[in-house]
Design a protein. Structure first.
Length: 390
C-alpha cells in the first residue's frame, strides 16, 4: 500500500510531458505516446500550472525577478528556481536563452523520446539497471562490492551460508568504515542508512540527509542479526522493498579527502546506428563541509550548486589535488581513467540502451561500482558544457 501511495504522490507531483514554447513550437510533447493521451496530459499541465502558481505566487511580486521569465520557466514549464539561479551565473536570464536547455524534472519524458526507436524502448536494460543486485551479477568480481540482498523472507536471512558470508566479508567493516543499507531498486541517494560501531555500540545515520536530527543515533539492536538490521532500515525509511547490505566504501585518501566518499560519474553513450560505446561525460563529485563540488575530468574546471567561487583555502587545496591527481606520485594506482574504461565495459554487458550514468568509488586497486543509472540528472552535464565554453 505504501508503494502505491508513493507512486501516486510521485505521479501527482510530476510535470506534464507537454512543454510550451520550445523547439519552435507552441506545444511540444516529450516522449512517444499515442495522441489519445493528449487530453490527460493537458489536464496534467493545467494541474501543474495551478500548483506552481501557488508555489511561486510570492516571487511574482518580487521586482528583482523578471515575471515573464519566471512564468515561462517555472510555472508554465518545469524549471526550478535553483536551476534559474545556476543558469544566471552564465548570463542566461531570458526565456529565449533558457528554452534551449532541458529541465531536470522532465528527464523521464526526454529519455522516452530519445529511446523511442530503440528495441522495446530500452526497457530490458532499464529494468536491469534499476535493480542493483541484478547489475552486480553481470559485473566482474573486481568491480563489485561485497553485498547481501535482504528482503521480507526472514527464513532466507537465517541461511547458514549467507550469515557466514556476512560475518566474514561484511561485518568486519562495521568497526572500520561502517555498513550501508540502501534500496535494491532505484537511486537518487534516498533511503541510505549508514551503520557504525563505536565502543561496541551500534549507531545509525541517514547518509545523505543534512537536516536537523540526522546525526548518529544509538540503536539497541543485535547487529549480528540480519533481520534486525533490515527491520530497522524498513522502519526508519518506511521502505518495504528489498535492500542491499554492503560495506561503506571510502575513496583512497592518497587522492584527496571527501565526506561522504568521492564519486566518479561516467556517462556512456551508444548510438542506434553504431555498435561503438563512447564516454560522453565524466566528472568527480566531492563533498567538503556539506558543499558538493563537481569537477570536470577532462577540462579540470569545477562548480558547486551554491557558488562557482571557493572562499575556503582548504577546499581549494583539496580540489587542486583532485584535478592534478594523475601527476601525484602516490596516486599512480588510483587512475580515474580506469573508471572510464570500466564504464564502457559495463555498458557493453547490458541489453540495448542508449545512455547510462555510472557511479564509481576510486580505490587503490580497482574502482568499485555503486550503480548504473538510466535516468540520471541532466542538469550537471548541461552546466559542465556551459562551464567549458567560458
Amino acid at each position: 500500500m505504501n508503494d502505491i501511495l508513493r507512486k501516486l504522490k510521485r505521479y501527482i507531483n510530476s510535470p506534464s510531458p507537454i512543454a510550451i514554447s520550445i523547439k519552435n513550437r507552441f506545444i511540444y510533447r516529450y516522449g512517444e505516446r499515442n495522441i489519445i493521451y493528449f487530453p490527460i496530459e493537458f489536464l496534467l499541465l493545467i494541474r501543474w500550472i495551478i500548483s506552481r502558481l501557488i508555489k511561486y505566487i510570492y516571487f511574482l511580486f518580487d521586482y528583482n525577478i523578471d515575471r515573464k521569465f519566471l512564468i515561462f520557466s517555472c510555472i508554465i514549464n518545469s524549471f526550478e528556481l535553483k536551476e534559474l539561479e545556476i543558469y544566471s551565473r552564465f548570463n542566461i536570464k531570458t526565456w529565449e536563452e533558457l528554452k534551449n536547455f532541458k529541465p531536470y524534472k522532465m528527464v523521464k519524458y526526454i529519455n522516452k523520446e530519445e529511446r523511442k526507436y530503440w528495441s522495446n524502448n530500452c526497457k530490458e536494460g532499464i529494468n536491469l539497471l534499476n535493480n542493483k543486485s541484478s547489475l552486480y551479477k553481470i559485473s566482474p568480481n573486481k568491480w563489485k562490492p561485497y553485498h547481501i540482498v535482504l528482503n521480507n523472507s526472514k527464513e532466507k536471512q537465517k541461511d547458514v551460508f549467507l550469515n557466514q558470508f556476512y560475518k566474514n566479508k561484511i561485518l568486519p567493516y562495521l568497526k572500520v568504515t561502517g555498513l550501508i543499507l540502501k534500496p535494491d531498486n532505484g537511486s537518487k541517494s534516498k533511503d541510505i542508512i549508514l551503520y557504525r560501531l563505536f565502543d561496541n555500540k551500534l549507531f545509525a545515520s541517514n547518509l545523505f540527509c543534512n537536516s536537523a536530527g540526522t546525526k548518529y543515533k544509538y540503536l539497541n539492536i543485535n547487529y549480528k542479526d540480519l533481520n534486525a538490521l533490515y527491520s530497522h532500515w524498513q522502519k526508519t525509511t518506511k521502505n518495504k522493498t528489498n535492500a542491499i547490505l554492503m560495506p561503506y566504501i571510502k575513496n583512497d585518501y592518497s587522492l584527496a579527502w571527501s565526506s561522504p566518499s568521492a564519486v566518479i560519474r561516467v556517462i556512456t553513450q551508444k548510438k542506434l546506428s553504431n555498435i561503438e560505446i563512447k564516454v560522453d561525460n565524466c566528472w568527480i563529485e566531492i563533498c567538503l563541509d556539506k558543499k558538493i563540488y563537481f569537477i570536470d575530468y577532462f577540462s579540470k574546471k569545477f562548480f558547486n550548486i551554491n557558488s562557482n567561487k571557493i572562499n575556503n583555502i582548504s577546499h581549494q587545496y583539496i580540489i587542486d589535488k583532485w584535478t592534478n591527481q594523475e601527476k601525484e606520485p602516490n596516486c599512480r594506482n588510483v587512475n580515474i581513467k580506469s573508471c572510464l574504461n570500466a564504464s564502457i565495459e559495463m555498458h557493453s554487458r547490458l541489453p540495448e540502451i542508449n545512455k547510462v550514468a555510472w557511479d564509481w568509488i576510486p580505490t587503490k586497486n580497482e574502482p568499485i561500482l555503486l550503480e548504473g543509472n538510466p535516468n540520471f540528472n541532466i542538469l550537471i552535464p548541461q552546466i559542465l558544457d556551459l562551464l567549458n565554453k567560458k
